[in-house]
Design a protein around this ligand. Structure first.
Ligand code: TXA
Ligand code: MG
Length: 353
């Protein structure tokens, strides 16, 4: 289980149902500058008024998030874009016409009155319109833009259920609005739309292929420059045990090899993709968490499976790779970062402390 330390004063975190009463209470708390985790179609977000510096400081503290990692501003509709963006480019309009509401975040020049605690000190702002009815009801009722990073402690896997949120942030936030599991499972695609051609800053729920097709382009540019895409310079998505990425079909072999010489009680969790053999030839101590059909299913379930491996007290988790096309590119991005963040060079022979 997560043993993330809980910063700040201990709050009684309210569990709110995703109905009219829960939404009304969430709006009331948010208006007061409190932190409320809300469901979106990608992952749960930790929402706060984007116009309240003190509230934003509490959000960075609750997450343990570095101040130079900017937040996505969530708005109820495209008409609210002008409230944060200094210039909405034709490219931004085209992208949003195709993919909004939905898991696409666009980066534009920020208006001067957008708080620099939201933008991580940059003069750009990231905006998205979520496609979740409960998120939209909150935004509509509140009538203010909400800054909302994923509702996990910094560096942890993003939460796709209210229980995941509470595992990381119970006692550190005012409330969680529970509308069941997020269906998307991976965060939004972040695209710099300031110029005439899009630049992908983070792969996500909308694939590069779909964006290119919508714009009539053959390929899309991307950047891994940490200045342009600040989130990429920090460790991310890491479960509490080492994560290893296996070649397709080789997960069981890798998991078994990791157990060689390990403590007799150690188990290794395994996630296979499109397995050929129905019954895996694995030893007792390899715990098959899931067989997923393809990259799409892995995208939906990945973060949840990482947390399941923690709950199962596995000493390591092995996940089979998928092809880096379509949503598979975002899946491999998260897997690679999670592996790096989990110190995958450690192995299960260690103390596990
Ligand atoms: O699906 C999502 O995007 C979820 C839900 C809650 O909306 N949110 C989310 O937020 O994933 P977060 O904070 O975990 O990730 C935001 C990403 C980071 O990589 C951050 O660096 C990038 O967006 N970002 C935010 N503002 C930016 C800006 N002005 N320029 C470049 N990148 C920016
Ligand atoms: Mg995040």
């Amino acid at each position: 289980m997560s043993t993330a330390s809980r910063p700040g004063p201990h709050l009684a975190t309210e569990r709110l149902p995703g109905d009219a009463a829960g939404i009304a209470r969430a709006i009331e708390l948010l208006r007061d500058g409190r932190l409320v985790a809300i469901p979106t179609e990608t992952v749960y977000g930790l929402a706060v008024r984007a116009d309240d510096d003190a509230a934003l400081a509490r959000l960075f503290a609750a997450k343990g998030r570095p101040a130079d990692n900017p937040l996505i501003v969530h708005v109820a509709s495209l008409s609210a874009l002008d409230e944060v963006a200094a210039e909405v480019t034709p490219l931004a309009r085209t992208l949003l016409q195709h993919f909004s509401p939905g898991p696409l975040t666009i980066v534009l020049r920020a208006r001067d009155d957008v708080l620099r605690s939201v933008t991580g000190g940059l003069d750009t702002v990231a905006v998205r319109v979520p496609a979740h009815p409960v998120a939209l009801a909150v935004l509509d009722g509140l009538g203010l833009p909400l800054a909302a990073p994923s509702a996990n402690r910094s560096s942890r896997p993003s939460p796709t259920t209210a229980a995941h949120v509470l595992a990381d942030l119970d006692g550190a936030i005012a409330a969680v609005l529970d509308a069941g599991p997020s269906t998307g499972g991976l965060e939004s695609t972040v695209v710099d739309a300031r110029g005439s051609a899009p630049i992908v800053l983070r792969d996500g729920g909308i694939s590069r292929e779909r964006i290119a097709a919508a714009l009539g382009l053959a390929t899309l540019a991307s950047t891994t420059d940490a200045g342009a895409s600040p989130g990429t310079r920090h460790h991310h998505y890491a479960p509490s045990m080492p994560l290893h990425v296996a070649q397709p079909g080789a997960g069981a072999t890798m998991a078994t090899a990791l157990l060689a010489g390990a403590h007799p009680d150690a188990t290794v969790a395994l996630v296979r993709v499109a397995p050929r053999d129905a019954a895996p030839r694995v030893v007792d101590r390899v715990r098959l968490l899931a067989d997923v059909a393809d990259a799409e299913e892995l995208a939906t379930r990945l973060f949840s499976l990482l947390r399941e491996a923690e709950d199962a007290d596995a000493r390591a988790i092995v996940v089979e790779a998928v092809a880096e096309t379509g949503v598979g590119r975002a899946v491999m991005d998260r897997l690679t970062r999670a592996a790096a963040g989990s110190r995958a060079s450690d192995d299960v022979r260690g103390s596990g402390a």
